[in-house]
Design a protein around this ligand. Structure first.
Ligand SMILES: [Zn+2]
Ligand SMILES: [Zn+2]
Length: 356
């Protein structure tokens, strides 16, 4: 089946609408018409590391409707509202997969783009496209009560913060800290607040204080203010650090209370920690990435019940390069979402003609 995708060209960070071929439906496949796809920092990294090599289609947090299903699919039917994240397959038999942690599959999960299809070995092409064919196990039911564009970022940014919130037992009265108020951070605040936590936001930009409070934070600490950081010492149970740039983790270990946990979600590479900062107060340092299938549906169900979505700026598919460029400068509050509904207009017209 042909569809239109936004594909990388020889020019860095420049995507062009290109007709691509999606596979024929396997028995366990779902054919999804993509309506909105979030623009994630990973998309920028993937495009930058691909260099002048063309042919990459980014996009791994998208929503849409089911167009058709394979013969063995029972959980979905044409017309169903659905969402897809950054994992589209896994081995299904390793200890991690059996525990519903497909994100940590021993064989490494198949990524939504730039991954290797486990059946035919082809390279996966992402959700900046009119259609996506995906194995049914990695398609999720999307609550109709939520604005679809605001749901798209839940599938990467959202699940990335949701799994540590859930696995660390955040609930009523948890004293939660969130470092950084970007795509991940703003959702950590909103979700933490909805879970009943008392949320403190750490940011370098004082300008974000009112936004943090609107999202549900009780207080904002400017992390460059040494007195404010000292006053926060020992006050939190869990800190979720969403900052991906290199930085010192020690200040965030020090704001933890006894047995507190610091979860660093950035890919920081080798870092230096004084073990004394862990010893004093028996602190824990951990990390996490993406989420398994059960947590992902859990997130969507929770968001449906509590009316939680991402703050998004919707851009037409034709402006994808502008969105990528602004994201690279962190000029977004808090997530760009591409409107892809018109992408296949020409192909759809062609299909209609064929069916007359
Ligand atoms: Zn992502
Ligand atoms: Zn596995």
């Amino acid at each position: 089946m042909r569809t239109t995708a936004l594909m990388s060209t020889a020019t860095p960070r420049s995507l062009r609408p290109t007709t691509i071929e999606r596979r024929d439906l396997r028995p366990d496949d779902v054919d999804v018409r993509v309506t909105y796809c979030g623009v994630c920092h990973s998309d920028l990294h993937a495009l930058d590391s691909a260099g002048p090599q063309a042919g990459l289609v980014p996009g791994h947090e998208f929503v849409g409707e089911v167009v058709a299903v394979g013969s063995a699919v029972t959980a979905f039917a044409p017309g169903d509202p659905v969402a897809v994240g950054n994992i589209v397959d896994s081995c299904g038999t390793c200890a991690m997969c059996l525990r519903g942690q497909e994100n940590y599959c021993a064989e490494f999960p198949t990524l939504t783009y730039g991954g290797r299809d486990r059946v035919d070995g082809s390279t996966t092409l992402g959700g900046y496209a009119g259609r996506y064919i995906v194995r049914d196990s990695f398609v999720y039911h999307r609550p109709l009560s939520l604005d679809p564009a605001g749901v798209a970022p839940l599938m990467c940014a959202g699940i990335t913060v949701w799994e540590p919130l859930r696995s660390n037992g955040v609930g009523e009265g948890t004293r939660l800290g969130v470092v950084g108020l970007g795509g991940l951070g703003h959702l950590a605040v909103r979700l933490g607040h909805a879970l009943g936590a008392d949320v403190t936001v750490f940011t370098t930009s004082e300008g974000k204080a009112s936004d943090a409070e609107r999202l549900g934070a009780s207080r904002v600490v400017v992390s460059t203010d040494a007195d404010a950081m000292a006053a926060a010492a020992g006050s939190l149970d869990l800190v979720i650090d969403t900052v991906s740039a290199e930085h010192d983790l020690a200040p965030y270990l020090r704001v933890l209370d006894l047995d507190g946990t610091l979860c660093s979600l950035g890919t920081l590479g080798p870092i230096s920690i004084q073990t004394m900062d862990l010893l004093l107060g028996r602190k824990r340092l951990t990390s996490s990435g993406s989420g398994g299938r059960p947590w992902t549906q859990d997130l969507l169900d929770f968001c449906g019940t509590h009316g939680v979505t991402a703050d998004v700026e919707i851009v037409p598919s034709a402006d994808v390069d502008v969105a990528l460029d602004r994201l690279a400068r962190n000029d977004v509050r808090y997530r760009f979402v591409l409107d892809l509904a018109d992408l296949d207009a020409e192909l759809d017209a062609e299909r209609d003609t064929l069916h007359v």
